[in-house]
Write a protein that binds this ligand. Sequence first.
Ligand SMILES: [Zn+2]
Length: 82
Amino acid sequence: MKRCPVCRARVKDNSICRRCGSDLIDLLVLENQAEYMLVRAVQCLQKGDITLSLRYSDHANTLQRTEFGELFSAFLRSPLSR
Ligand SMILES: [Zn+2]
């Protein structure tokens, strides 16, 4: 997370926004879980398990939409991944 979703202040390593005081820990946990799911998705693709890779990638996208996650899921659904 680069910016506080409440006040748009830059977020660094703090779980509390320095400007507005919002507690961002739950959002940071979701962001970390999404990143973990995408790593698992890539690992599954490396092992040739496209079905499980897509499951992890879609799960990551439900937690946090990123351009990479969207493109990765689209790739896994395309004939290029088969
Ligand atoms: Zn804030």
